[in-house]
Design a protein around this ligand. Structure first.
Ligand code: RB5
Length: 140
């Protein structure tokens, strides 16, 4: 089973805590990469830390900031990361099926906790379809 790495800044801290508990309860192997409080911090620090861990163990990642935009910008600077900012289940499913996304980005000030859990479920349950989608990923 792939490890699911989670990280956030202060704005995403509460949602991250909720998702860590949700995923651990579902039996996933979870690594919490921080932040560990609501004290103000810089989202690139945690985005880069998470991306390094995801690349190292070929796992999956979930990144959270206020909007999800900052962490997705930071994550997509990494050559082996395909980060998708999702606000609905369909985006999350297709991000895995078509884009082979390995990091899901969420905005804690945009997406409520219940919807976030559904989005995470859709992301983790879907798998990459390969074929023509691999050709397109190779062109990124
Ligand atoms: C923090 O206030 C906020 O700017 C950050 O969480 C994020 O939304 C940046 O994209």
């Amino acid at each position: 089973m792939q490890t699911i790495h989670l990280a956030s800044d202060h704005a995403g801290f509460q949602l991250k805590q909720r998702l860590v508990a949700f995923l651990a309860h579902k039996g996933y192997r979870v690594e919490d990469e921080g932040t560990h409080s609501e004290e103000s911090c810089d989202y690139p620090v945690y985005a880069h830390k998470l991306c390094q861990a995801v690349v190292k163990d070929q796992g999956l990642g979930i990144l959270i900031c206020g909007t999800g935009i900052g962490v997705s910008m930071a994550a997509n600077r990494h050559a082996d990361i395909r980060a998708a900012l999702c606000t609905c289940e369909l985006q999350a499913r297709l991000a895995r099926q078509h884009n082979n996304a390995n990091v899901l980005c969420l905005g804690a000030r945009i997406t409520g906790e219940e919807l976030a859990m559904s989005i995470v479920g859709a992301f983790l349950e879907a798998s990459f379809e390969g074929g023509r989608h691999q050709r397109r990923i190779d062109m990124l």
